[in-house]
Design a protein around this ligand. Structure first.
Ligand code: ADP
Length: 684
C-alpha cells in the first residue's frame, strides 16, 4: 500500500515551503494532490520517492507488488542498502555512482530507461526499467519502474535462439563448403563454444562398443582438458552413454560429484558438470557430442537443444564425410583401374615393333617408342608437328596418305601406302603405312591412327631375290647355250668327238657346281644346312687344299706357299665345308692373280676377348679389290665389274659357312697390291 501518512506529511512540507496560503486555491491544490495520490496508487508502475540522501521515503502498491516486499521493508532503505541488492545489465553488482537515483540526486537530471536487476534471495533476478525525476523542493528523487523480467527473458531467449540459428547456419555452410570431416567437426565444436560456456567439447564415435574421441576442443587454461584426446571408453561402462544410446536423448549432469550415475575416470577427474547429446545417423546412435566444465552446474536445460542441434549437424558431417570417403574410394579404384588400363595400353603400344602415330587433323598427337626409334626424333619433338614432316623425303607433289586431304577420309576405312621417310639424321628409309580413320573430332578434325613399318630391308631383300633369280637364270643359260652349241657341233663334226666331250665335260661340271652352289644358298636361307663337326687339324686341311690346287697354280705359273706352325691347331668344324671354303679362297686367288704371282696361305693363333682363335689368311699379290666393292663381294652373285670368271656365289657361301661355324670372314685389299682374306675360328 502507498504510505498515505508519509506522503501526506511530505506534501504538507512541500506546501509549507511554497508558502501557499490556505485559501480556495490551496483547497483546489489539496484536491489535486488527493487525485495525484490516488493516480499514483493506481499506477502499474512502481514508484519510490526518496529524500535528498536517496533514502526511500515512500512507495506505491505496485512497487510492493513488483518487488514482492512490504512497504515497511522498502521505506527507510538507504541507497547503500538497496543498491547492494542491485546488479547491472551484465549481472555485475551495481556501483553506487552508477545508480540512476544517485545520479539524479547529484546532477539534478532525470535518468530514463535505466535497466537494473534486483537479486532475489533465491538467486533469481528481477529486471526493472527505471526512470528518475529530481525533486527540487524538497530535495529527492521520484523513481518509477516496471518489471521487464519477462521481456528480458523473451529478449534473451530470442537472442539465444538467433545465436543458435546463426551458429547452425554457419555450420551448415561449413557442411556444404567442405567434405573434410575434421574441418567440419572442428567448426561445430568452435560454434558450440560460442553458445555454451564450457572447458572442453568433444565428438566421440562409437566403434565396436567403444566411444573414441575423434575431435576435441580444449579451452581449459592449464590444458588439463587435452587428455580427453585419448579417450576411448567402453560404452557399457558409462551410464550417461548408455542413457543416450537407449533413449536417443541428451543428458545433463549438473554436478558430477553428486550424480550417482557419474563414473570417474583419470582423464576427466576435473569435470564437474557434463552435457552430452547423442550423434544419430539413420536412427542409430553412432557417437556423442560432449561438453564438460570444471564448474558445477555450468549447464542447464536451456543448453540441451543447442547441443542436440549440433549433434545432428555432426551426424550430417559424418555422413557426408562417409559418402565422400566412399566416393573417393570409388574414384580411386576407378583411377587405379584406368591407370592400369593405360599402363597396359602404353606397354602394348611401346612394345609394338611398328611405329604408331595418332593424329588429329594432320597434326601428330601421339607417337609410340618404336616410332621415335624409327625416325630418330624424340616423342616430344614429333608431338604437335604436322604429319607432313614424315612425308618430307618424298618428291614435291608426290601423293601419299600423309598429304591427302584428310577431309576426304572415310571413318572406318583403312588405307595402305609406301613412302620414303626421312629420319632426323637425314637418312631415308622406306616405310609401309597403314592408316585407319577413326572419325572426326567435335571440331571436325579427322582422327587417324597410322601404323608405320620400316620395310627398307624387306624391299632390299625383295630386290636381292629378283636380282638373284635373274642372275641364276643368266648363270644357267650361259653353260646351257654352251652345251647346246657343243651338241650341234658334235653332230656336224663327229670326228672331233674327244674335243667336244672335253668341253661338254667342263660345261656340265660348271653347271653342277652352279646348281650345287644355288642349292647351298637356298639351304642357308631355309636354315637347312647341317654341319658334321669333328676335331680337325687346320695345318693338315690347308696342306690338302693347297696340294689339290697345286697343278692349277703351276699351270698359271703362280707360286703357292704355306706358313703353318708346327704345333697343330685344332678346330671343331665340318671337314668338307671347311675344305669348300678354303678351296674357294685359294681358287679365287689363283684365278684373279696374274701369272707369275705369289700366294701365301698361313695359319696362326691369337687370343682376343678371352677366346683362343685360329686365323687363316689367304694372301695374294693380284690386282686387289676397289674399297668401294669390298663390302659387296660377300653378296650372292656379286662380281666386281669386269670379272666374269666365276658365278659370284663362292664368297657368299663361304661367309654363310664360316658364320655357321661361329667364326668370321673378312677381306683387306689395296688395289694393285693384292688381297688378303682372313678367317677366324675358335680353337677346339
Ligand atoms: P666368283 O665365283 O665370281 O669368284 P666369289 O663370290 O668367289 O665369286 O667372288 C666375288 C667377287 O670378288 C669376284 O667376282 C671377284 O670380283 C672378287 N674377288 C674374289 N677374290 C678375289 C681376289 N683374290 N682378288 C681380286 N678379286 C677377288
Amino acid at each position: 500500500m502507498f504510505n498515505a501518512d508519509k506522503a501526506r506529511g511530505w506534501w504538507a512540507r512541500l506546501r509549507r515551503r511554497l508558502f501557499l496560503p490556505d485559501t480556495r486555491a490551496s483547497l483546489d491544490l489539496r484536491n489535486n494532490e488527493a487525485r495525484y495520490r490516488s493516480v499514483i496508487a493506481a499506477l502499474e508502475e512502481g514508484i519510490f520517492i526518496t529524500d535528498a540522501d536517496g533514502t526511500i521515503q515512500s512507495c506505491n502498491a505496485s512497487a510492493e507488488r513488483i518487488l514482492q516486499l512490504g512497504s515497511a521493508q522498502i521505506i527507510g532503505l538507504s541507497p547503500a542498502q538497496y543498491i547492494a541488492s542491485l546488479v547491472n545489465q551484465d549481472g555485475e553488482p551495481l556501483k553506487l555512482d552508477d545508480s540512476a537515483i544517485i545520479r539524479t540526486l547529484r546532477t539534478g537530471k532525470p535518468q530514463s530507461n535505466t535497466i537494473v536487476g534486483v537479486r532475489r534471495d533465491d538467486g533469481s533476478a528481477l529486471w526493472l526499467s527505471l526512470n528518475t525525476q529530481p525533486l527540487t523542493h524538497p530535495g529527492g528523487v521520484v523513481a518509477s519502474f516496471f518489471d521487464i523480467s519477462d521481456y528480458r527473458r523473451a529478449l534473451k531467449a530470442e537472442s539465444e535462439q538467433r545465436a543458435l540459428a546463426e551458429a547452425l547456419r554457419d555450420t551448415a555452410a561449413a557442411l556444404t563448403s567442405t567434405l573434410n570431416q575434421n574441418e567440419v567437426l572442428d567448426r561445430i565444436l568452435h560454434t558450440v563454444s560460442r553458445l555454451v560456456d564450457h572447458d572442453t567439447a568433444e565428438v566421440m564415435l562409437i566403434e565396436n562398443g567403444r566411444a573414441r574421441v575423434v575431435r576435441m576442443l580444449d579451452r581449459t587454461d592449464d590444458g588439463s582438458g587435452c587428455r580427453h584426446h585419448a579417450l576411448d571408453l567402453p560404452v557399457d561402462a558409462f551410464p550417461t552413454f548408455q542413457y543416450m544410446m537407449r533413449t536417443g536423448l541428451p543428458i545433463v549432469v549438473g554436478c558430477s560429484e553428486a550424480a550417482q550415475d557419474w563414473v570417474e575416470i583419470d582423464e576427466a577427474r576435473w569435470v564437474r558438470s557434463y552435457l552430452g547429446a547423442p550423434v544419430r545417423l539413420d536412427g542409430r546412435v553412432i557417437g556423442f557430442l560432449n561438453v564438460n566444465s570444471a564448474i558445477p552446474g555450468a549447464f542447464g536445460e536451456a543448453d540441451v537443444p543447442k547441443i542436440a542441434a549440433f549433434a545432428d549437424q555432426a551426424a550430417i558431417a559424418l555422413r557426408n564425410a562417409g559418402l565422400f570417403a566412399e566416393l573417393e574410394a570409388r574414384v580411386d579404384a576407378r583411377t587405379t583401374e584406368l591407370r592400369l588400363e593405360r599402363q597396359l595400353l602404353q606397354a602394348i603400344l611401346d612394345g609394338n615393333g611398328e611405329g604408331i602415330v595418332y593424329s588429329e587433323g594432320r597434326r601428330i598427337l601421339y607417337v609410340n617408342k618404336a616410332m621415335a626409334q624409327l625416325t630418330g626424333y624424340t616423342a616430344d619433338e614429333l608431338i604437335g608437328q604436322p604429319t607432313a614432316l614424315l612425308h618430307d623425303a618424298e618428291p614435291a607433289g608426290a601423293e601419299s596418305i600423309f598429304n591427302t586431304d584428310v577431309a576426304g577420309l572415310v571413318p572406318g576405312q583403312v588405307w595402305r601406302d609406301e613412302i620414303r621417310l626421312r629420319r632426323k639424321d637425314g637418312r631415308e628409309l622406306i616405310a609401309g603405312l597403314t592408316l585407319s580413320c577413326l572419325g572426326a573430332t567435335e571440331a571436325g578434325q579427322m582422327r587417324c591412327v597410322i601404323l608405320v613399318r620400316d620395310i627398307s630391308r624387306e624391299k632390299a631383300l625383295q630386290e636381292q631375290k629378283s636380282r638373284f633369280v635373274a642372275h641364276a637364270s643368266h648363270e644357267l643359260r650361259t653353260p646351257l647355250t654352251n652345251l647346246m652349241t657343243r651338241l650341234y657341233l658334235l653332230r656336224r663334226m663327229p670326228e672331233r668327238l674327244n674335243e667336244h666331250l672335253d668341253v661338254l665335260d667342263d660345261v656340265s661340271n660348271r653347271m653342277r657346281r652352279l646348281v650345287e652352289d644355288l642349292l647351298d644358298l637356298s639351304r642357308f636361307e631355309r636354315g637347312a644346312i647341317d654341319l658334321h663337326r669333328e676335331r680337325i687339324a687346320l695345318q693338315a686341311l690347308i696342306d690338302h687344299v693347297v696340294r689339290l690346287q697345286d697343278e692349277e697354280a703351276r699351270f698359271k705359273a703362280i707360286t703357292v706357299q704355306t706358313s703353318l706352325p708346327e704345333m697343330p691347331l685344332y678346330v671343331d668344324a665340318d671337314r668338307e665345308r671347311m675344305h669348300q671354303v678354303l678351296t674357294n679362297l685359294l681358287t679365287n686367288a689363283i684365278n684373279y692373280t696374274p701369272p707369275g704371282g705369289e700366294i701365301t696361305v698361313s695359319v696362326s693363333h691369337e687370343q682376343s676377348e678371352g677366346r683362343r682363335r685360329a686365323c687363316i689368311v689367304v694372301q695374294d699379290d693380284g690386282p686387289g679389290i676397289d674399297p668401294a666393292y669390298l663390302s659387296d663381294i660377300f653378296l650372292p652373285f656379286y662380281r666386281v665389274m669386269g670379272d666374269n670368271q666365276g658365278s659370284g656365289l663362292g664368297l657368299s657361301i663361304a661367309k654363310e659357312l664360316i658364320e655357321l661355324h661361329g667364326g668370321c670372314i673378312g677381306v683387306e685389299s689395296t688395289p694393285g697390291r693384292g688381297s688378303r682374306f682372313l678367317i677366324c675360328l675358335d680353337l677346339a
